[in-house]
Write a protein of this length. Sequence first.
Length: 234
Amino acid sequence: MEKEKFDLFGYDIFVSEDHRFGTDAVLLARFANPSPKDRVCDLCTGCGIIPMLFTALKKQPLITYGVEIQQEAYDLFSETVELNGLGEKILPVKGDLTKDEELLRVPREKMDIVTVNPPYFKVKAGLERLSQQQAIARHELMCNLEQVIRAASLLLKYGGSLKICHIPERLTDIMCLMRKYGIEPKILQPACHKASDKPYLVLLSGRKGGKPGLSIEKPVIVEEVNKELFGDRY
């Protein structure tokens, strides 16, 4: 595995050709907005970008677990945590969220927030253009949407929130599955590359045991977020 270090607002994060991150992760970290007292678990964490963004954006929770099934991504995440001296705040977990015995490495029904940037696409054509690691991250080869939401429900305490980002065409599936597993959709925020564009991503927050009632926020504009965070580098 060839790895490289990426400067994340003053922190070093290890990435590789197969395990990188994009704007979606930044948007989800901002949307999740944890407090210093929260216990958080990030599912499908990859190289650990969401937990590291919490730290870099000054939104450090009490503790953040990051669950990842792929060994290479888990190794990158673990090295990042060690390099930055964050072992007391961020705990990498090597595990398969579809297997309850492995998910138990995270305290069940204790999380205030579960975040997830899951594989967006069902298993279909196009996989031949990706490496195996990239295919697992983008397509539902190792876990599907229902398994992700079920896992989140098991980890969340009553009143805790699931924060998920996904493509708009899967929004109905997400909402139906949230309700199936006792998580009520509460806040929906579309994301657009530019103000004139249609949404390419949706950010959805649901509360475990929450009452019905959905609030739709104005779209977040990626162009504006990039300028806010990266300034002259954008």
